[in-house]
Design a protein around this ligand. Structure first.
Ligand code: FES
Ligand SMILES: [Fe+2]
Length: 364
């Protein structure tokens, strides 16, 4: 393992840097280490703020194989817990989201208050040295930012605000995301390691002229910019109307496209009046699920058709990426490949991603 991790030199400047080495994309031990470090130390998306706005509203999710429930208490405080019953470990809440007066385990009926305290234990009289107060749900850190709710598995570490940083928070605020409403969720499966998908996203538009002709027709490719923050990368491009391919041009308008990646696996794609987010989840060393959530200013029935047309354009772009990600994953297992170099003009985002990964993987 150490040998594999040492194959990467995070101190090399972009001009001299190589990608992380192929074994990082194919070795199961690396993936296990990522779940323990990268995905446990970072703030991970678990749901949307609108899902848990009122007391009693909850969402369940899973991070690094840990079941999580986030619920708003009667006191309006948002709390996160491991969704694991203190009796015999069943998931207490089973629905992806809902509303509840208390949290009742479906197995033997133990009941927890919305603040996690154990309240009801049927047929438990006569059990010695059992203190209910010590058997509440185990809490986990939770915080909200803009339209989303995040959880961090590991204790300590930066708060969500510190993790995102003032720079990113300040850049997102003026976009007025509160005016965009969730419309639809779609799931995509890629036959590649999760980092192949992230690399593809972070290549500074390098692949767009070759792989995404429709998208290419609305972006001013030479003016594409890449700016790294501490734990995020903003890729941005001015939009052009002239010569736009019809289907894409109809739904991708406005001045600029903003593509934010937040380490390690969350992306916010913003065009004027349209936003989608991507959540990248490792499902195996060469299987990745990417969850897309689409947001629009108007999500009423009358806007549904236009909204769907916009989503379909995104779908086409994903389909174009699916085949290339699979192709890359296969190549990464070839004896002919260990690592590649990075374009200074285009691939600074990937460089940041790889350095942050190396930091988390080696520090454990
Ligand atoms: S496992 Fe939850 S009540 Fe038994
Ligand atoms: Fe792409």
């Amino acid at each position: 393992m150490k040998e594999i991790l040492d194959l990467y030199d995070p101190s090399a400047p972009l001009e001299e840097a190589s990608t992380i080495p192929a074994p990082w994309y194919v070795d199961l031990r690396v993936m296990d280490r990522e779940l323990e470090t990268v995905f446990s130390r970072t703030w991970q998306l678990v749901g949307r703020a609108d899902q848990v706005r009122e007391p009693g509203r909850y969402v369940t999710w899973e991070i690094s194989n840990e079941p999580i429930v986030v619920v708003r208490g009667s006191d309006n405080v948002l709390r996160g817990f491991f969704n694991v019953c203190r009796h015999h470990a069943a998931a207490v809440m089973e629905e992806p989201e809902g509303e509840a007066k208390s949290l009742r385990c479906p197995y033997h009926g133990w009941t927890y208050a919305l603040d996690g305290q154990l309240k009801g234990t049927p047929d438990f009289a006569g059990v010695c040295n059992f203190d209910r107060a010590e058997h509440g749900l185990v809490p986990v850190q939770v915080a909200e930012w803009e339209n989303w709710v995040f959880v961090k598995l590991d204790d300590g570490g930066p708060s969500l605000e510190e993790f995102l940083g003032d720079d990113l928070i300040g850049q997102i605020r003026p976009l007025g995301l509160a005016g965009l409403h969730w419309f639809e969720r779609r799931y995509y499966t890629f036959d590649c390691n999760w980092k192949v998908f992230v690399d593809n996203y972070l290549d500074g538009g390098y692949h767009i002229p070759y792989l995404h002709k429709g998208l290419d027709s609305v972006l001013d490719y030479p003016k594409y910019t890449i700016e790294n923050g501490e734990r995020f990368c903003l890729q941005s491009s001015p939009m052009v109307q002239e010569g736009a391919e019809a289907q894409t041009g109809a739904v991708r308008t406005g001045e600029r496209a903003l593509y934010y990646w937040i380490y390690p696996n969350f992306m916010i794609n913003w065009y004027e009046g349209v936003m989608d987010t991507n959540l990248v989840i490792p499902r195996g060393v060469d299987k990745t699920e990417v969850i897309f959530d689409f947001y629009f200013p108007d999500v009423s029935e009358s806007a549904a058709e236009r909204n769907r047309a916009s989503i379909d354009v995104g779908q086409r772009i994903q389909d174009e990426d699916t085949a290339i990600c699979k192709s890359v994953q296969r190549g990464l297992t070839s004896r002919a490949y260990v690592r590649g170099r990075l374009s200074v003009r285009r691939e600074a985002g990937e460089h940041l991603f790889h350095r942050l990964l190396a930091l988390d993987l080696k520090e454990s």
